[in-house]
Design a protein around this ligand. Structure first.
Ligand code: A2P
Length: 218
């Protein structure tokens, strides 16, 4: 009936508690502000502008995309493959409404998105769908949970789904043995450039954030 059709959300995920959202947004803004003033970044700013020598203001470049969260399963109200199975998983029902501590282990920036990598614990991985990585065939070899992230902003015209794909791309480069170019030791951690506008800041101290496992209907 109608009720059944309406029970699947747009997506399930961990929602950062509102008290911590501002703090993470500030951390991200500070990072962007610092990044685009680095000489090493300016050298590659054409990755973002398409024009040599033209500077980019990263704070303006990205726009926020609503409530900060780490998507587990995108359900598209039941239209996405595996949505119903996911919603019926024991762990999903059991932990619905529970608060977890998410560990943000890195920040990354590409010409398309800015995000935070989330390092999931074994307990958190029970809520992670088995096919989240393998929808990108090349990424099937990466460990489960590799795609886990919080979208912090997207460039004009870019959809947030891109953030996880950008993260997978960087992790695949690492897996292939591309070390990237260690650019700078920053206060927050070490900054690496992977070419084509891809920057990763591995946090010295992961940022722990409380987040509620729930769903978003839109
Ligand atoms: P993300 O998890 O990277 O932020 P939208 O507003 O475009 O419908 O997306 C709603 C949320 O679902 C966003 O958080 C988005 O990306 C995520 N999302 C959208 N499409 C997909 C998809 N095909 N696979 C996984 N996550 C998706």
């Amino acid at each position: 009936g109608l009720l059944e059709q309406m029970t699947l959300p747009l997506y399930f995920g961990w929602f950062l508690l509102s008290s911590i959202q501002d703090k993470i947004e500030c951390t991200a803004m500070d990072f962007l502000k610092t990044l685009d003033t680095l000489e090493a970044f300016k050298k590659h700013s054409s990755d973002f502008t398409g024009k040599p020598e033209k500077e980019v203001d990263l704070e303006q470049y990205f726009e926020a995309k609503g409530v900060l969260h780490c998507t587990t399963k995108f359900c598209d109200y039941g239209n996405a493959e595996g949505a119903k199975d996911y919603a019926q998983k024991t762990a999903v029902k059991e932990f619905y409404g529970s608060v977890f501590e998410l560990s943000l282990s890195a920040l990354f920036v590409t010409p398309r998105t800015v995000g935070a990598r989330v390092s999931l614990t074994e307990e958190q991985l029970v809520l992670w769908p088995a096919d989240a990585e393998s929808v990108v065939p090349a990424a099937a070899s990466l460990p489960l949970g590799s795609r886990a992230h919080v979208t912090l902003g997207c460039a004009n015209g870019v959809e947030p789904v891109q953030t996880g794909l950008d993260l997978l791309e960087i992790l695949l480069l690492q897996q292939e043995g591309q070390q990237g170019e260690l650019v700078e030791e920053m206060e927050l951690g070490s900054l690496t450039y992977y070419g084509e506008g891809r920057w990763l800041l591995n946090l010295r101290e992961p940022i722990c954030v409380p987040a509620c496992f729930s769903s978003f209907f839109g």
